[in-house]
Design a binder for this molecule. Structure first.
Ligand code: TYD
Length: 217
């Protein structure tokens, strides 16, 4: 159901999310996109999941702490709680102000990690996610695809693995396949890119896709 059908005001901003396995270079590409938005004088806001709010940052610590013993459903509900707060406190207000919102991970991470990775029921994840986000979906999702073995070794060079990074190669292989399946199912929303491409080439493709969706006027 569209926003108009639900009786919500039409949002003038643009909502862009970045997704992908560990070590795919999302942070670098988000930084490059922000620099182009800045240079073009486009009002924007960067945020991330889990986190981005006071309560979200506390939930982030809990869910990533390698000492936490979490059931898969508990893990999903913590991500969803952080997301609900972020949508209400940060994302929706920024979109209503007409800003471009760039979010590092969003619902697709839950579908890939907790759905495909942990094996939770997709229909249940979708129902809870829709409730948590009031049905708010990005107009563009950039998926940086990478072999998980490569991504995990890249990530491990930067810091010690958190609870999710430590989940094993088979798990991360399922996550990658999950992301690819999501991109195939929604080709209009997803921009699928090979994360092994050169940084500048990736940034160019992402900027083209964002520009094509920027609100006019
Ligand atoms: P983070 O340090 O932000 O990793 P990255 O730089 O790879 O985004 O940690 C977030 C971790 O949480 C990451 O391993 C992906 C995972 N995650 C989920 O499992 N489900 C979710 O819904 C979200 C948002 C993240």
């Amino acid at each position: 159901m569209s926003a108009a059908q639900k009786g919500l005001p039409r949002r003038p901003g643009l909502f862009v999310t970045f997704e992908g396995p560990e070590g795919a270079g999302k942070s670098t590409q988000i930084r490059l996109l922000a620099a182009r938005l800045e240079a073009g004088g486009v009002a924007h806001l960067l945020t991330r999941e889990p986190g981005g709010t006071l309560i979200g940052d506390r939930l982030r610590e809990l869910v990533l702490d390698s000492r936490s013993r979490l059931e898969a459903m508990t893990e999903f509900l913590i991500y969803s709680a952080s997301r609900a707060q972020l949508v209400h406190e940060v994302i929706r207000p920024a979109l209503e102000r007409g800003q471009v919102v760039v979010c590092d991970r969003y619902v697709d991470s839950s579908y890939a990690y907790q759905g495909h990775g942990r094996g939770l029921d997709t229909a249940q994840l979708r129902a809870v996610s829709e409730a948590a986000t009031v049905g708010l979906l990005p107009q563009l999702t950039v998926l940086l695809d990478l072999d998980p073995a490569l991504g995990l070794s890249r990530a491990a060079r930067v810091n010690t693995p958190d609870r999710i990074e430590a989940a094993g190669l088979a798990f991360h292989g399922r996550v990658r396949q999950g992301f690819l399946a999501l991109a195939t199912a929604e080709p209009g929303r997803f921009l699928l890119l090979d994360a092994a491409l050169q940084e500048d080439a990736l940034a160019g493709r992402i900027w083209e896709a964002v520009q094509a969706r920027l609100p006019t006027g």
